[in-house]
Each structure stands twice: as structure tokens, then as C-alpha cells.
Design a protein around this ligand. Structure first.
Ligand SMILES: [Zn+2]
Length: 202
């Protein structure tokens, strides 16, 4: 599709098509749109892309990328210091944060254990995690890592770590099971198994 396109347009189109959810056609549309923009707007976008990484660094408490350390969530006195929700990455934190019902703090793990892909314990932010667990107001660690095989393995590893080194802390996980509005007969086996394992008193 890009054979007859001038090289600069082609290069930029290929770059944009590396983004999730953007195919070559959409990428080309973005580049065409940029051609219509006034030059100073394009230059300013380029500058913002160059600068945005250097303006962010990990919060020393939760590891979320932030402009100031501690980040706004860790430094918010209205948030509950007894709860620590452990998530894989920054996007997961944003998604959990968006509805506004969670009032505790977070910790960003930085990945999941996946020995087959060479992701061992040293790829996670475990030193910072231990420091965070040692903070005295903390009572409960909520594991919100998802339900993939890697997430399950990582959750077990973290549960054992907390039980062994910080036995006074409670470890919980997000409830798993049947989504709202779904019927039992359409459930996949794994979801059903989890729903039955983590059944609740009624
Ligand atoms: Zn923080």
C-alpha cells in the first residue's frame, strides 16, 4: 500500500502503525492529518513527545510514573494507608482508579513472572515492594493481577513472600467469577472453576 508514497510519509506511517489498534490505513490518515496541521503545532507535538519521558520518574513508594515524588496518590492524606492494591502496570492502576471507589494505595509490580519468557523474580520491583510492605499502617495487600497463568503464578509467589516475611499482613485477591449479566451455561470452564472455588456466603 505504501510503495508509491514519498519516503518521509512512509517512515512516519510505519512508526504510527506500531501503536496498538492502529493499522497502516489509520496510520496513513494520521500522517495526512499532520500534513494539514500548521507547522508550529507539528513542531510542538514533536517536542512534547521528546519531553514527556524525561518529565516522568517512578514514585519511590508505588513505582507509578509521576512528575513529583511521592506521586499525588501516595501523598494524598485522604487515602487509606492500610490498603495496598498490587497491579501489574500503570494502565491497570489508571483503570482501577477511574471509577473512584478504591480509596487505598497502589503498588506497581512492573510485570508478571513468566519463566518461559525469561521473566524471573529480578524483573519485578521486589525490593521496593518489600520496603512498601514494611510501612507500619499497612494491613491488607490486595492482589489485582488478573487471571492468566502468569498472573496466578505471580500471585502465589507474592502471597508466599508476604506470608513468610510479613506474616501480620492479610493477603486478598480480586474476586473472580461470572461477569454481571452472564449466564452459567455460556461460561468457559476456567471461569466456572474459579467461580465455584471462590464461592461466597449468600
Ligand atoms: Zn506513588
Amino acid at each position: 500500500m505504501l510503495e508509491r508514497v514519498p519516503e518521509p510519509i512512509k517512515i512516519l506511517t510505519q512508526r504510527f502503525s506500531e501503536f496498538p489498534g492502529i493499522g497502516p490505513k489509520s496510520a496513513l490518515r494520521i500522517v495526512m492529518e499532520l500534513l494539514n496541521w500548521p507547522e508550529e503545532k507539528v513542531v510542538s507535538l514533536g517536542q512534547e513527545i521528546v519531553n514527556f519521558r524525561s518529565r516522568l520518574s517512578p514514585c519511590s513508594f508505588c513505582q507509578a510514573l509521576t512528575e513529583r515524588d511521592p506521586c499525588p496518590i501516595c501523598s494524598d492524606p485522604a487515602r487509606d494507608d492500610s490498603l495496598l492494591c498490587v497491579v501489574v502496570d500503570l494502565d491497570s492502576m489508571f483503570v482501577l482508579e477511574e471509577p473512584g471507589f478504591y480509596k487505598g494505595k497502589y503498588f506497581i509490580l512492573g510485570g508478571l513472572l513468566s519463566p518461559l519468557e525469561g521473566k524471573e523474580f529480578d524483573t519485578l520491583n521486589l525490593d521496593t515492594f518489600r520496603k512498601r510492605l514494611a510501612q507500619k499502617q499497612l494491613q491488607e495487600v490486595i492482589l489485582a493481577l488478573g487471571s492468566t497463568v502468569e498472573a496466578e503464578n505471580t500471585a502465589s509467589y507474592l502471597k508466599n513472600l508476604v506470608k513468610k516475611e510479613f506474616p501480620f499482613l492479610n493477603v486478598t485477591r480480586l474476586a473472580q467469577g461470572i461477569p454481571l449479566g452472564a449466564e452459567v451455561k455460556y461460561m468457559d470452564r476456567e471461569t466456572l472453576r474459579q467461580s465455584l472455588t471462590f464461592r461466597q456466603k449468600f
